[in-house]
Design a protein around this ligand. Structure first.
Ligand code: BGC
Length: 808
């Protein structure tokens, strides 16, 4: 090399060392700072201790439940309920569910993770701070799914996401999207539907709305968390087909169409392995098959083996313990955990963190527009209420009605949402009676006073609830005797009876009086009030203020109308009044079946699983939350969940999937198919006309019956849905539905592929799963292999599942 060339080489090196290298790896004096472009450099600059700390989240502040003597319950070392957690979240957003570790020298900020599906859950007040931090309580998931309106759900998501952003949080721990397998699951109110298409599309809309605000989400609980009893230890044995078609499908739709920033693994085991420790679930299915790019976090305290969790692809442990950090260090040093695996966990976490508002230095206001969000929740709630019965056009209430007698505790103390982490600290809630008065009706004051005194009396005799988590126990209904009912019938124009139900995480509901079944006092109330009002030719309206379904068949003939109001968030009273008055024409339809009796549910015999022999103490009551017993549930119902079962096995229902009345009527034109033969895609169009006398919206459903030569198939499955805009009387709208090859396919566990069988596919355009308005069909010339999936989540022993009866 000549001198000139040597000199220019030297200059190039100096320039590289002085200018380029620090940009790439950071100089010794100045380490790299986290940004979306610097993840690899930041990772390279981290010590092993920092990595171990990063994948173990900081904890939440948590008041332990107390025993009968008021002493905090002691948690044994082997309880899955891990305490103490690392740190507390006091220093950031008070009342959030957890935070993550910070490494200031590398620009790695904490991130704030906060519940939950019905709105942001944080503390509304802070010590020595006169300001308030209220959040909007939006309608619960069962209601949102009943809107069948993904655009509207997206708007709710935007409002919710804006509160996440403006209160300084990064990730909202929701939406919840487990399948309604059984009506007694205590968390059904947080989940959307018994059908994965409804669950997946509704969740995708919610994700799109929340994430449009620049904050993240965590779809949960992945997967198979369909019961709360022994939730930390329950082993769910389920076939690969039922998993792929029912329990995973909604998550797949949400992941692929809306890219959630994170996924929360569930507490339970799937086919013998904790979800959070399942490489099959979190790597093969979620990442390899579906292409998920974000990070996975545990549910709070989920799983037992942190090394297995890291290897499975569960990147963040929430809320972690100091011992878990130590366990990671030890495993890497002793060779049980390859540092490259840990690096991958950290890298995924950092990729997401870098997108978040805290890492970007967003200056949040602590002042979201709560008034505007109150309007969003008021409207959204009306759109998901379902009119179950309306004999003699009892609703909307006629203009002659001025005086209302409101029966039922819940008329005065409305239930805005469920309990546990899905609860929201809201500024106010509108009781039904206030909503009625806001519309201009007069509410009977004597009856109001009677309920007020009764409630005060019952509450006065109670000791304080031991654990915020479980919510207040319900107050038994007041006995309504004949005289009282007749007195009210004489002095008011209509009776409204509200029935309330509440539940939440940590426990399931029961099939006993006062829960799934009506209590004797509730039955008598409906009987007495109906008899007294009907004797005077006056109407009785029942409002169901519930998070999930309940038994209706034994009493539904008595009242004139039944409005399923669900739990509509903080404006519930106003929203119900909007529907009762006719300001809003109800357009919700059921995304979950109302059965005639609990025993009709295919999982009724085994839900919530059986406890296995154990030498551990078996405490009762509250303490059971901390000491779950080993338990398992084998899903012998297979793919026959909800209407897939009732339709295929001809089991009558009280109100079927997809059902809901309107104040108007709709006509469906004959459907049109783009082609009589399927070649890659099929389009179905139908015109919907409002044939009644008031404006309204109609939810239209597309069901498909697939040929069942090779695989067992349900009688029909929902493959598309749409809601019309508000149609004026006489107005029409054409709706179109696109079916792709996936819509035709079922999962064949033998080959781990989605297969569309050759043959004739019957298309049904319907107003509900039982109200089929138009038929059509197309053919598929030869079998299509739609997608090959990983072999994953194979049950340890084959499961004997329900099989459809032979088709006629
Ligand atoms: C619940 C999750 C929730 C988490 C944090 C857990 O007990 O199952 O849904 O997000 O707590 O509060």
């Amino acid at each position: 090399m000549n001198t000139k060339r040597r000199r220019s080489e030297k200059i190039r090196k100096q320039v590289f060392l002085a200018c380029v290298l620090p940009l790439v790896v950071g100089s010794a004096a100045e380490p790299p700072k986290l940004s979306p472009a610097s993840i690899k450099q930041v990772l390279a600059a981290m010590s092993l201790e920092e990595k171990a700390a990063l994948v173990v989240g900081d904890g939440m502040w948590f008041q332990l439940p107390t025993d009968e003597k008021g002493e905090p319950i002691k948690i044994p070392a082997d309880s899955p309920f891990k305490m103490p957690v690392v740190g507390e979240t006091h220093k950031l957003v008070l009342g959030s569910a957890g935070t993550t570790y910070e490494v200031p020298r590398l620009g790695i900020t904490s991130s704030v993770l906060a519940d939950g599906p019905a709105g942001l859950r944080i503390s509304s007040t802070r010590p020595k701070d006169p300001k308030t931090y209220y959040c909007t309580a939006f309608p619960v998931a069962t209601l949102l799914a009943s809107t069948w309106d993904t655009e509207l759900v997206g708007r709710v998501g935007q409002a919710m996401g804006n509160e996440v952003l403006e209160y300084g949080a990064d990730i909202l721990l929701g939406p919840g999207m487990n399948i309604h397998r059984n009506p007694l699951c205590g968390r059904n109110f947080e989940y959307y539907s018994e059908d994965p298409l409804v669950a997946g599309r509704t969740a995708a809309a919610m994700l799109g709305g929340i994430q449009s605000q620049g904050v993240g989400t965590s779809i949960k609980h992945f997967a198979g968390n369909n019961a709360e009893t022994n939730r930390n230890s329950l082993n769910v044995n389920v076939s690969e087909r039922a998993l792929r078609e029912i329990y995973l499908e909604g998550f797949r739709i949400a992941v692929q169409s809306a890219k959630p920033w994170t996924v929360m693994s569930s507490y339970n085991k799937l086919n013998g392995t904790y979800s959070s420790e399942s490489h099959d679930l979190l790597t093969k299915v979620l990442r390899d098959d579906w292409g998920f790019k974000g990070y996975v976090m545990t549910d709070w305290g989920g799983g037992t083996d942190i090394v297995a969790q890291m290897k499975a692809g569960n990147d963040l442990i929430m809320p972690g313990t100091p011992q878990q950090r130590e366990a990671i260090l030890k495993a890497v040093k002793e060779g049980q955990l390859d540092v490259r695996v840990l690096d991958q966990n950290v890298e995924r976490f950092l990729n997401t963190l870098a997108q978040g508002p805290r890492a970007k230095g967003y200056k949040y206001s602590n002042q979201p527009d709560l008034k505007a969000h109150g309007e969003v929740t008021r409207q959204a709630a009306t759109e998901g209420m379902v009119l179950l019965k309306n004999a003699g056009a009892a609703l909307p209430l006629s203009k002659e009605i001025k005086r209302i007698a409101a029966f039922g505790n819940t008329s005065y103390k409305i239930i805005t949402g469920g309990t546990g982490s899905g609860d929201v600290n809201k500024a106010y809630s509108v009781p039904l009676v206030d909503g009625l008065q806001n519309v201009g009706w007069t509410v009977n004051e004597d009856l109001k006073a009677l309920y007020g005194n009764y409630t005060k009396l019952v509450k006065g005799g109670r000791t304080k609830s031991q654990f915020w988590f479980l919510g207040e126990p319900p107050i038994a209904e007041l006995e309504i005797n004949k005289d009282l009912a007749e007195g009210m019938a004489a002095s008011s124009d209509v009776a409204i009876i509200t029935l309330g139900r509440n539940s939440g995480e940590g426990s399931d509901r029961t099939n006993v009086e006062g829960d799934f079944k009506l209590s004797a006092a509730e039955q008598r109330m409906i009987q007495q009030v109906s008899a007294a009002y009907h004797a005077k030719q006056k109407k009785v309206i029942v409002v169901l203020n519930v998070g999930g379904t309940l038994e209706t068949a034994s009493w539904r003939d008595l009242p004139d109308a039944i409005l399923l109001a669900w739990q509509g968030g903080q404006e519930t009273g106003n929203s119900i009044a909007d529907v009762l008055s006719g300001k809003v024409n109800p357009s919700g339809k059921l995304a979950t079946t109302f059965v005639i009796k609990y025993e009709d549910v295919p999982s009724a015999k085994t839900f919530p699983g059986k406890e296995l022999p154990s030498d551990k103490p078996r405490p009762e009551g509250l303490a059971r939350l901390m000491f779950p017993q080993p338990a398992e549930d084998t899903y012998t119902d297979g793919i026959y969940v909800g209407y897939r079962y009732y339709d295929t096995f001809n089991v009558p229902t009280a109100y079927e999937f997809g059902y809901g009345l309107s104040y108007t009527t709709f006509e469906y034109s004959p459907l049109k198919l783009a082609s009589p033969r399927f070649s890659g895609q099929e389009t179905v169009t139908v015109e919907i006309k409002n044939t009644g006398s008031v404006p309204g919206k109609e939810v239209v459903q597309l069901y498909l019956s697939a040929p069942a030569a090779k695989l067992d198939k349900p009688a029909k499955e929902l493959k598309g849905f749409a809601k019309t805009r508000l149609l004026a009387p006489g107005e029409s709208q054409t709706l179109s539905f696109t079916l792709d090859a996936r819509s035709l396919a079922s999962f064949d566990p033998v080959s781990s592929t989605w297969i569309a069988e050759a043959g004739t596919y019957a298309v049904q355009i319907a107003a509900s799963s039982k109200d089929i308005r138009q038929h059509g069909s197309f053919t598929l010339g030869r079998e299509l292999v739609v997608k090959k999936e990983s072999v994953a989540l194979v049950p340890k022993t084959p499961i004997t599942e329900l099989k459809a009866p032979a088709r006629p």
